[in-house]
Design a protein around this ligand. Structure first.
Ligand SMILES: [Zn+2]
Length: 255
């Protein structure tokens, strides 16, 4: 399989690729705690790996850019090692990337994001930059569309961070991120205010992660498996590739 990956190309190779490239995939991660059993670069590495695979599926129409290795992680900041961008900083970085790439002739962009805490900022970036820069910007959470695999393979009611879903994805995409001998479930605090503010509740608001979980993860990492990771990742990749084909009006053989 081939892909266009800006990290691995000379300017002459890029110039040649631009003859067919219609869209840049910008992987976006985070640098934040992921409980006792995964390292802090998880979101950045998983975003990178998803972008590589999606770029292979849509070769030669898309080009993967370098990854934005930081995200909006203020809710994790009390755990050692977390580095957070302000939402305005993330938008400023993305704006500069889009402005640069537009000068090379790319006018369609996908922000491929692996960190839930970035989603609202990316919605703002998409709305404001599309108009300001006169480009088409789309954004997606890497594996959120894999609804069949997620509902079949996950029984925890509270999951979404260093849980069986994310550990499974890492088992499939980047197992070196996992401390297999430390796999555990979330030490979740019940009866606290954070429960009122979760997605789907009447009111949303900010809370620190340690209010929700003492060890920094939720769900149950011990239930993770390579097979579940493969199911989730592959279902999501097909969904992303199919929809991009429609948006870009391209026909390609999705493998
Ligand atoms: Zn994560």
């Amino acid at each position: 399989m081939s892909l266009y990956d800006l990290n691995e190309m000379t300017w002459e190779e890029v110039r040649e690729a631009l003859a067919t490239v219609k869209l840049a995939i910008i992987p976006i991660g985070a640098h934040e705690q992921h409980g006792p059993h995964m390292v802090e670069s998880v979101d950045s590495v998983l975003a990178t790996e998803m972008a590589k695979r999606l770029s292979e599926k849509l070769y030669p129409y898309v080009m993967k850019t370098p990854t934005v290795n930081f995200g909006v992680s203020e809710h994790h900041i009390h755990f050692p090692g977390t580095i957070s961008l302000k939402p305005t900083t993330l938008i400023a970085i993305l704006k500069d990337m889009v402005v640069s790439l537009k000068q090379h002739g790319i006018t369609n962009f996908l922000f491929l994001n692996a960190h839930g805490g970035n989603q609202s900022t990316l919605g703002v970036a998409c709305t404001s930059l599309s108009k300001e820069l006169e480009v088409a910007i789309y954004y997606a959470k890497t594996t959120a569309s894999a609804k069949k695999a997620i509902s079949a393979g996950i029984s925890s009611t509270l999951f979404g961070h260093s849980c069986e879903r994310e550990v499974s994805e890492a088992m499939y995409l980047a197992p070196h991120l996992i401390r297999m001998d430390r796999l555990t479930k979330g030490e979740v605090n019940s009866g606290e205010k954070w429960e009122l503010l979760r997605p789907g509740k009447a009111i949303q608001g900010f809370y620190h992660y340690e209010e929700m979980t003492r060890n920094g993860c939720i769900g149950d990492g011990t239930k993770a498996s390579f097979e579940l990771g493969e199911m989730i990742v592959e279902e999501a990749l097909v969904n992303l590739a199919d929809d991009l084909c429609v948006l870009l009006e391209i026909e390609t053989v999705i493998l």
